[in-house]
Design a protein around this ligand. Sequence first.
Ligand code: PGA
Length: 251
Amino acid sequence: MRKPLIAGNWKMNGSVAGNKSLLDGILAGIGAVKTAGVAVCVPYIYIPEVAARLQGTSVAWGAQNVSTEAKGAFTGEIATSMLVDFHCQYVIVGHSERRTLYGETDTLVATKYGVVRAAGMTPILCVGETLQEREQGITEQVVARQINAVIQAHGVASLAKGVIAYEPVWAIGTGKTASPQQAQDVHAYIRSMLAKQDKTVAEGVVIQYGGSMNAQNAAELLAMPDIDGGLIGGASLKAEDFLTICKAANR
Ligand code: PGA
């Protein structure tokens, strides 16, 4: 049985005061979350404060990006060792906003995946097609290409301890969610392509759905057999909505 993971991706949102009330709200209701693992991936600068608040609770924390370099003259970058210093458990790699707005390539994302694993943290590898790619009927090729970049660099076994987030780009922040069946089809495809290389990895890998998952639609998405949780943007900024999604994974 795969343990579902619900991860909040706060993106570039938050403030000292706002984070405190959001985390207080999440922690107040977390006892009702029975099945899913829960994590928040927050802006770098808030990691120390979030770590201090969440330490000793059942909520894990992580970052939204990381440098491929270990240390040195890389102005503005953050190294994996710095995230480990603050006990980050997760790092999002290859989010579509990073691919699109900051030009991150499949190769760079694969390198990031590797440094995160090497540092003992869990990468959340984001994959997904644009609307144009879906309309061209090449969704499967796109996600296969994105995942194969990691497999080529680090081997299929490297996915055993990772998390894949299937996030159709057209559904992110748009309020347009993939239907449960649309999402399930791609999740099943990802598992089948992995199964051709390693059945155990395919069965074990956690595949989250992301893209306008919210308090209203989470239950039906999470009911699909190959959807193992969610990567939540907008709805992770409200404690009540985030908790509703986390509880929707209760089994
Ligand atoms: P959204 O973002 O839930 O706001 O669509 C999801 C994501 O980008 O991870």
